[in-house]
Design a protein around this ligand. Structure first.
Ligand code: ZN
Length: 139
């Protein structure tokens, strides 16, 4: 069941609410971007993230060599502290626009609950998001 959580970047300039079901699934991926940022994402709908403060403090990065059409995935991060808060993307197989929430920026979830979030591993480097990579322990 979705619950509303508070989230923020490290410096606190960017704050938002996110509706997410932490008992459903999260994803760790070995693609070049997710591996370098240690991204821990959960897909949510476009109505599930509501920015509270810091709209002007957000910048977005679009990987030129994205596995998807360039420009379709926007990685939003705080200009001051550099912490990525969520990505917004468009994929037909996801039903259009979606957010990939960074679970690491949730402020009100205790470690015991974070430890129970199911993780699905994606072999993004091989463009096989539905299959786990050979090695997952480092992700
Ligand atoms: Zn910040």
């Amino acid at each position: 069941m979705k619950q509303t959580h508070r989230a923020s970047c490290h410096c606190g300039a960017v704050t938002f609410e996110a509706d997410v079901d932490l008992a459903s699934e999260s994803r760790r991926c070995n693609c070049t971007y997710c591996a370098k940022t240690r991204y821990w994402k959960s897909f949510v709908g476009t109505d599930d993230i509501r920015l509270l403060t810091g709209a002007g403090n957000l910048s977005d990065y679009r990987a030129p060599d994205s596995l998807w059409p360039p420009g379709h995935i926007h990685h939003y991060f705080c200009k001051t502290c550099g912490v990525q808060v969520y990505s917004k993307g468009f994929l037909d197989q996801m039903g259009g626009w979606f957010y990939a929430l960074n679970l690491a920026v949730l402020d009100d979830v205790p470690p015991e609950e974070l430890a129970l979030v199911p993780i699905t591993y994606e072999d993004g480097i091989a463009d096989k998001q539905m299959e786990p990579p050979r090695v997952t322990a480092y992700l």
